[in-house]
Design a protein around this ligand. Structure first.
Ligand code: TYD
Length: 135
């Protein structure tokens, strides 16, 4: 599966914590877009899509949520509840986000501008896309 959890740089001391990430150094792609998901009501689930080309880093900068990842063969659930951790999600990965805690903020760094044509929003279409790619 083309996903990887990574630990960002941290500078922590008794007064508080600081995490930083630098373009091209900590994030391998050029960041073209940043968005964040927040105020997600308890029990709600989001995502339900894969991307053909887009690469992303997901960082839960406040609170926690769980990401379901699916490459068409295997499924994995990753808890994000640490602002100094990022989850790389590569193209061809179906994702769903759930279990948002109260006040959770999920920050996303993306390699491309928003492009609906890059989305696969139908699960059976996603499965076909993966099978066709492997053939
Ligand atoms: P969507 O991708 O469905 O959100 P999630 O994956 O969290 O469920 O996006 C919700 C709406 O916002 C949809 O109409 C597309 C739009 N949108 C943009 O216009 N620009 C963006 O950068 C993103 C991520 C979404």
């Amino acid at each position: 599966m083309d996903v990887k959890k990574i630990e960002f740089n941290q500078r922590n001391n008794t007064t508080g914590k600081l995490t930083f990430l630098e373009a091209k150094r900590d994030i391998p792609f050029e960041i073209k877009r940043i968005y964040y998901v927040y105020d997600v009501a308890k029990g709600e689930r989001r995502g339900f899509h894969a991307h053909k080309e887009l690469e992303q880093y997901l960082i839960c900068i406040h609170g926690g949520c769980t990401i379901l990842l699916d490459d068409g063969l295997e499924k994995e659930n990753v808890l994000l509840n640490n602002p100094s951790e990022g989850l790389y999600v590569g193209p061809g990965t179906w994702r769903e986000m759930y279990g948002f805690s109260e006040g959770a903020v999920l920050l996303v760094l993306a390699s491309e501008y928003y492009d609906e044509a890059d989305y696969i929003r139908d699960y059976s279409q996603f499965k076909r896309y993966i099978t066709d790619k492997e053939a």
